[in-house]
Design a binder for this molecule. Sequence first.
Ligand SMILES: [Zn+2]
Length: 86
Amino acid sequence: MSEEFEEEPKRDKEKARGGEKRKRKEKKISAFYEMRQDQLKRLRPTCERCGPGYFMAQHQDRFTCGHCGLTRYKPAENTNQKTSAP
Ligand SMILES: [Zn+2]
């Protein structure tokens, strides 16, 4: 009697549950700027209290400064919020 062992291909069980740790995405400082030909455009407003160099974090309806905590609300634009039903 000879037993034959069929070797089953081992399945990679890793990544089955998606247990990958979330990596922090560090934004490069260049993410706050946009080069347009010769002009440098700042994509984020700077804090008026802290001065240039301190960019404000962009939120849904406001900007905040992580340095001093200044909050600036965005000017009201056409939002999708229904204010009154017709
Ligand atoms: Zn500030």
